[in-house]
Design a binder for this molecule. Structure first.
Ligand code: COA
Ligand code: ZN
Length: 306
C-alpha cells in the first residue's frame, strides 16, 4: 500500500532560537539547519525579519538566508515577516518564501507587533499581496487560534474569518497556531473541520506547542481531520517572547515518531534528528528533546549532553 506523506516544516531556527538567553552565532544557526537537512527535513522556517530591537536573536536574518540559499538550494526556506519592511528585507536577502503573523485577538497583536487587530489584518493583507507580486511563496499564521494568554478562549468564528481573509489576500498556506499550547484534541478537530469547510484542507497547516503534553495528541487530531502539513521544532525548542506561558513547540522527533509508527511517511530519519537535537543542546548549553527523546536515545544509542 502506498504510504501517505506528511510535510513537516522545522521551525526551530526561528521559533526555537528567537527567545534564547544565550547568543547564538550565525554559524551555529547554519549548522543546525545543515543537520536538519541531513536528517531529511525538506522545509524549515529559517529566521524572521523583525525589528532587531524586539528580537535581537534574529538580527542576522539576511546573512542566514543568503548563506542557506547558497549552501542548501533545494531546502524549502521560509521566513517570518511582520510588515512590509520585513518583506522588503527578506526579498533583498533572496528569501523565496515569507510568512505573515496575524494573531486572532487585539491584545496579542498589540503585544507582538504593536498593531491592533484591524491594523494587523490590513498589514498582513498588504504584505501578502506585495509578496505575491514579487513572486514569493506565502504563508499566513493565524496565531493564538485556540486560546490567547491575554483574552482567553478565542471564538472559532474569528479564526475562520481571519483565515479566510488571509487566503483571499493570497496566502498559499494558512498556519493555524496554538501559540501557547492550550488546545486539546476535540477542539483541534472542531476547528479544522470548520476551516476545511471554508477552503481546501491542503492549504492548512497546524503549528502546535507542547506546554501541557498534548502536542502529539493534537497533531493526531489534526491528522485525522485531514491535515498533512505541520510545523514542529527539533528538540521541542520554541516559544514566542511576547506570549506568556508559551512553552516549547511540539518536538519534530515526537511528530516523526508518531507519524511513522502510524503509517505516514515523513522522509525524516529519527537518528538524524537526534544528531540535530544533540547539536542544539551544545548551542544552548542545556538538555533538550521531546517526550520521546529518552526512549529514542536508548534506541539509537545517542548520548545526551550533560
Ligand atoms: N525589520 C527591521 N526593522 C523594522 C521592521 C522590520 N521588519 N519593521 C520596523 N522596523 C524598524 C523601523 O524601521 C523603525 O526603526 P527606527 O526606529 O530605526 O526608525 C523601528 O523598527 C520602529 O518602527 P515601527 O514601524 O514604529 O515599529 P514598532 O516599534 O511599532 O514595532 C514591529 C513593530 C512589528 C517591527 C515589532 O513589534 C516587531 O518586530 N515584532 C516582531 C515580534 C516577533 O518576532 N514575535 C515573535 C514571532 S511571532
Ligand atoms: Zn510557535
Amino acid at each position: 500500500m502506498e504510504q501517505e506523506t506528511i510535510v513537516i516544516t522545522d521551525v526551530a531556527p526561528r521559533d526555537g532560537l528567537q527567545n534564547q538567553a544565550v547568543a547564538i552565532s550565525t554559524e551555529g544557526k547554519l549548522e543546525l539547519v545543515r543537520r536538519l537537512a541531513a536528517a531529511g527535513v525538506r522545509s524549515v522556517e529559517a529566521t524572521s525579519f523583525v525589528s532587531p530591537r524586539a528580537v535581537p536573536q534574529m538580527a542576522d536574518a539576511a546573512d542566514v538566508v543568503a548563506r542557506l540559499r547558497g549552501e542548501l538550494p533545494d531546502l524549502r526556506l521560509s521566513t517570518l515577516v511582520p510588515n512590509r519592511k520585513g518583506l522588503e528585507r527578506a526579498h533583498a536577502a533572496g528569501a523565496p518564501e515569507i510568512a505573515v503573523v496575524l494573531s486572532a485577538t487585539e491584545t496579542m497583536n498589540l503585544r507582538n507587533i504593536n498593531m491592533d487587530l484591524a491594523q494587523a489584518t490590513a498589514v498582513s493583507e498588504e504584505t501578502l499581496a506585495h509578496a505575491r507580486e514579487l513572486g514569493l511563496r506565502t504563508r499566513a499564521y493565524v496565531a493564538v487560534a485556540f486560546v490567547c494568554p491575554f483574552e482567553g478562549e478565542v471564538p472559532l468564528s474569528t479564526v475562520v474569518r481571519l483565515a479566510q481573509r488571509m487566503r483571499e489576500a493570497g496566502a498559499q498556506e494558512i498556519v493555524i497556531a496554538d501559540t501557547i499550547g492550550a488546545a486539546a484534541p476535540a477542539g483541534v478537530k472542531a476547528r479544522i473541520a470548520a476551516l476545511a469547510d471554508t477552503f481546501e484542507i491542503d492549504r492548512l497547516a497546524v503549528h502546535l506547542h507542547d506546554t501541557r503534553g498534548l502536542g502529539a495528541a493534537n497533531a493526531w487530531a489534526a491528522l485525522e481531520a485531514g491535515v498533512r502539513r505541520f510545523d514542529a521544532s527539533v528538540g521541542g525548542i520554541g516559544g514566542c517572547p511576547f506570549a506568556p506561558g508559551a512553552a516549547g513547540n511540539l518536538a519534530t522527533e515526537d511528530l516523526v515518531l508518531m507519524a511513522e509508527q502510524s503509517g505516514f511517511a515523513t522522509g525524516i530519519a529519527l537518528e538524524g534528528l537526534l544528531d540535530a537535537v544533540g547539536y542544539a543542546e551544545s548551542l544552548l548549553g542545556r538538555p533538550l528533546g521531546g517526550r520521546s527523546s529518552a526512549w529514542l536515545r536508548r534506541r539509537y544509542g545517542a548520548e545526551p549532553v550533560t
